[in-house]
Design a protein around this ligand. Sequence first.
Ligand code: ASP
Length: 434
Amino acid sequence: MIVITKFGGSSLSSAKQFAKVKKIIKADDKRKVVVCSALGKRNKEDSKITDLLYILHAHLKYKVSYDEVWNVIYSRFTDVERELKLDINIAADLDKLKSELNKDISEEYLVSRGEYLTSKLMAAYLGFEFCDSKDLLKFNYDGKLDEEATGKNIQDAFEKNHQMVVPGFYGSYPNGQVKLLSRGGSDITGSILAKYLGASVYENWTDVSGILAADPKVVENPKAIKEITYTELRELSYMGASVLHEETIFPVQSVNIPINLRNTNEPDNPGTLIKNVCEDTNTLVTGIAGKTDFISFDIYKDHMSNEVGFLRKAVEIFEKFNVSIEHIPSGIDSFSVVVSKDSVEKYQYDIIMELKNKLGAEVNIVNDISLVAVVGRNMAKKSGICAKIFETLGSNVINVRLLAQGPSELNIIIGVAKVDYKKTINCLYNALLG
Ligand code: ASP
């Protein structure tokens, strides 16, 4: 049995954090593969190595002196080596990188050195083999993963090495050039390795003990979720809960490998388990999430309900301006189109004009709508949740501006005015999860 572990930047910010990682790895000999992010922040004021490398590249591009930022990067790595009493001469790698610094160095290559050097230190510290992701994760020129080559490379490397450390966040194109994933992409590296090695679980170690049932910036001390399905996680993340890189789940979900979110600073906490199916049928509501800053276009026309194709024509106007629609709550001769403020900012008045002139509709704009989602896999099987939500909102004098329940009944979405946003989440949390 193999467990894939991935450690985020805050789990790798200093020699002290490296020691915690080692303790975790040595506590279970199934933990044979370790994916590393780059050294992260040691405290709030500190910088992530990845950010410093992006800044370094900008200095090179605009031909400004980069000594200061380079020295910080240099000492972050050499400090860890010295404090852990390693003897791998990381300075030689850094000197080589320095000799490659000029305005033509690829940003992707330079930034990838964060995870590369961090993983070299970790491999030496654990006594595991270092395997460069450039030789494992292969991408086509269109950016798609070459699944066959990647699968084979990963399996061959594991067969040869048995215990390995792999840098997250990058792979390579067919010509060998480094391809960087999007920010936070080491999560995806771990997921890909878990898939091709048939891991029993993919452990993702960060600095929080799993997914919280609500945003701690909104609800004081929300509880952690013990188990959640992939689909629930998708709903919560889409509605604002930031957990994993959103593409992380696809490789492991397709082959039924659970993800376990764990806290490096609290290793005894079991964290959150994310799976395809959760057996527990007692938990009705899993979590509450929300997003602010939506606009509702309220569209009216007499006898609209008799006019075949009216909705399509209205939706096409939004499509023309490349605006993605969140919800379309509807009445008989009216419906609303809810979109994010960001997406529509530039075209709001053009869209209104087209709706009026081309379709003869009356349009009202409602600004500052916030959406709150109550998510739970077991809600569909039980009655009374909606009653409880409305009773809670009513008794707290919160006016519901719109309501949407998807066909999967995995979530109930409530639109409220922005001023009621935090109050809504708190009241619902206390009533449904508190
Ligand atoms: N170090 C990269 C970042 O900061 C990738 C990662 O940590 O997943 O985005």
